[in-house]
Design a protein around this ligand. Sequence first.
Ligand SMILES: [Cu+2]
Length: 488
Amino acid sequence: MEVLTSADLAADFTLDNRGRRIFIKGVGLVGVGLLAGTLGGCDKLAEAIRNRPVRRRLRTGSAEVDAAIDLYRQAVTQMKMLGAGDPRSWTAQATIHGTPAGFNFCQHGTNHFFDWHRAYLFYFEKICQKLTGNSKFGLPYWNWNQDVAIHPAFLDPTSTLFLARNRTSMAGSNSITTPTLDPILGDTNFFTFSQQLEGTPHNNVHTFIGGTLGGFTSALDPLFWMHHCMVDYCWAKWNLELDNDNTNDQTWIGTDNSHFVDADSNPASATAGVTTLMPLLSYRYESSAIGSSPAQAEITMTKSQYKKLESRIRKGADVRFDIKRRVRLAERTAVSIARPLSVDTRSSAAEVASIVESDSSREVVFASIEYAQLPATSDFSVRVFVNLPGADANTPSEDPHYAGSFAFFGTEPSGPGVEHRLQPKFLVNLTPTLQRLRARQELTPTGAISVQLVPTPFAGGFEKADTELVLNGIDIIVTPVTVRAKTG
Ligand SMILES: [Cu+2]
């Protein structure tokens, strides 16, 4: 529980003379109503922030969570009853994200994956609050790392929260496990953290659970919002609890995410910069563990600690996606998912040596994999191995050569109305695997490094074994480690 007074806010925010807009350094003028849901003077603003909605971990056995699920059920029922012409209706909301013909305004595979979806959830939550008449409603989040199974409230076929899915649990997927999530949440670079969180747990949850959730219209599944709320909590935990900084790149901060609708059906938007403040000012998360990062105990923050934190979030840091070295492994090529692909470094020994000997305290080595389009099916993940040319779908992920995995969200749309092709790109951190192989003396500064891409079906066989993956290229890239900020 942070202690926050109007005096703190007066120092940090300058209200305009009518008390309707606040000036936030680096972000500019923002409506008070946007962030705190209220108009008026400093006292009301401080009050609104102190009492902002709590987004709790979706679970059984908690009266507060049960109450949030009840409100959510009411909100979904009401949104489904609104006419299709109402921009707050269930289908209109899902259409902002995607239509059967493809993704619409959502950001995937870009640097705005986190902030676009945060703004999307923010306005959706406001609509839920308005329709239920409960301004304290907070979206519960599905922490798939702590609770692999879908909450029972979403599994009852007679409930409005139900939609047909392929699975009722993430059990059997290693995309949400602690060994997978720890290095991703441990990545101190905003850009590479975002890309990995998107490609691995985010995409896998969509397609492993499957059904509508696995495709472009996924927001029609009531569970979509709980899944994305968890993605948002991953970002908030990384940023606020684990002391990592967002980028201070002015282009990023100033990018406006639009095409949203507020609770009164007005067009709404939010810059990336504003979204970084939302978990501090507009709602807050009930902390929970993700991987080895424990739940943070509710702490009493002094005013100065709170101000320090708020100022750190507002400023961000000099974080960029800098590539120090790049070694090309493969050019454009098409491969069937039934066939693992093995590619290796054919460049100079010096380049290989610089990767093998890369100082892991100062550099991170990634496999950067870019595709020309989405595949025709998405019932599989692609697992990445280092120096294991014989790796196949049966090779266990516990193998020391295993580095990580990613999945495709959505399948290549076809037919009229399809405007643009997505070019999915993924980063898989090779650093721990390279270190392990070096310790086992399986890597030498003059030998080659090979990387294997192994499509592995979620269960049994592939839905369509002749599905093609069209690669744009594979590179090994070396990026400098971003130094983590230290708050008081
Ligand atoms: Cu998503």
